[in-house]
Design a protein around this ligand. Structure first.
Ligand SMILES: [Zn+2]
Length: 377
């Protein structure tokens, strides 16, 4: 399945210059071959195919010193411009055959058109997306700063780079996604976020935080503390800031990798997945660092569940953020105010005598509350 992913890019001055040059060359090629096609048709009653034009471009035009600047831009952009011209002709002839005379003859591209774009093709990793560091690599431009808000898995086929009249730059990636469908099942799961454990589910499983992640998070805390003691703007401050950035990147990679495996397993095994919503106001108030770190994992975890549910046709739902999931007995519904105290890990329901593990009880309540909200019995 081919899917398009569009991202905003932030080229630097040098890259902007290269982009402007490419937009210009693409327009030039389009207009040049439009003229040539017209002329050959009028004089010899022959039509030039896109292959003819492309051969002429490579064998004649690019070898002519007058046009040596054509060699400075992405070669695919020029070929694609010829292909675009061909499509314009095809459309024109199709409409004429249908008897529609309103379809105009292909027109010259004006310099004054403020919307500019060109297309390039993927070959030998000339196009890459760095999801972690928010960068996109394009032919002749190297890495460009980008806002990669959505992740994809699959092979990049092509990229279309555009510039809007408001001077914003975008790249739209065409990706062959290989999503193997998963078979449907009847399993439903509720998941609670933990601090000691990463996740606790309604089946009674507790998934610990990975040890390597813990190790790096400790290291990150240590390096950040060191940074805070350096004089801002000093050489040492700069050095330390790079060190922090590197540990941060490593930590993020380990976390994402671990969460990818985890979310894939959850999605594979369950048809309905219910979680809490991340309590943002609680997050700001809480200065506890281990809590802050688990919040980062939690938002990444829910983000992955969200798009993977979409891919694999699962139901993912976040419950009402004000629902007190740890206070109710999942057996009889009794509300135990004492569980507001986070140090209470186990309790026995005074109504029905059921013994509860605090987190597993919460996960079961999350599941039940979610099914209620979804109106799934
Ligand atoms: Zn009870």
């Amino acid at each position: 399945m081919l899917k398009a992913y569009k991202y905003r890019i932030y080229p630097n001055e040098k890259q902007k210059k290269q982009l402007a040059k490419t937009f210009g060359c693409v327009r030039f090629i389009y207009n040049y071959y439009l003229s040539m096609k017209k002329e050959i048709y009028e004089t010899e009653k022959k039509s030039l195919s896109k292959i003819d034009c492309n051969n002429h471009l490579n064998q004649v035009l690019k070898k002519d010193n007058k046009y040596s600047w054509l060699k400075e831009v992405d070669k695919f952009s020029l070929t694609n411009s010829i292909y675009n011209l061909d499509t314009a002709y095809q459309n024109f002839f199709t409409e004429i055959k249908k008897g529609n005379n309103n379809q105009g003859y292909p027109r010259y591209k004006s310099k004054k058109n403020n919307y500019k774009s060109y297309k390039t093709n993927f070959t030998n990793n000339n196009i890459e997306v760095d999801f972690i560091n928010n960068k996109i690599k394009l032919p002749k431009l190297k890495w460009i700063k980008a806002k990669v808000h959505r992740e994809f898995h699959g092979k990049i086929k092509s990229a279309t780079i555009s510039k809007t009249p408001t001077n914003r730059y975008y790249v739209s990636m065409l990706v062959e996604t290989q999503i193997e469908p998963l078979s449907q099942n009847n399993n439903k799961i509720g998941i609670d976020l933990g601090i000691t454990d990463m996740l606790i589910d309604s089946n009674g499983n507790k998934i610990p935080n990975p040890k390597t992640l813990y190790k790096y998070e400790q290291k990150l805390t240590k390096e950040q503390r060191k940074l805070s003691k350096k004089e801002r703007g000093s050489k040492n401050f700069h050095k330390q800031r790079i060190k922090v950035a590197k540990v941060h990147e490593k930590t993020t990679n380990i976390r994402k990798d671990y969460l990818h495996k985890l979310t894939f397993n959850i999605i594979s095994e369950n048809q309905v997945i219910i979680t809490e919503s991340l309590n943002v106001s609680g997050m700001i108030k809480n200065k506890n660092l281990s809590k802050a770190i688990s919040d980062v994992s939690w938002s990444e975890f829910t983000r992955q569940l969200e798009y993977k549910s979409d891919w694999y046709k699962r139901t993912y739902h976040k419950i009402d953020p004000f629902y007190p999931s740890s206070q109710h007995c999942n057996n009889c519904g009794y509300k135990n105010q004492k569980t507001k105290n986070l140090s209470i890990r186990n309790w026995t329901c005074p109504e029905c005598n059921k013994e509860h593990d605090r987190d597993i009880n919460a996960a079961i309540n999350i599941l039940n509350q979610g099914l209620n909200e979804l109106q799934i019995a």
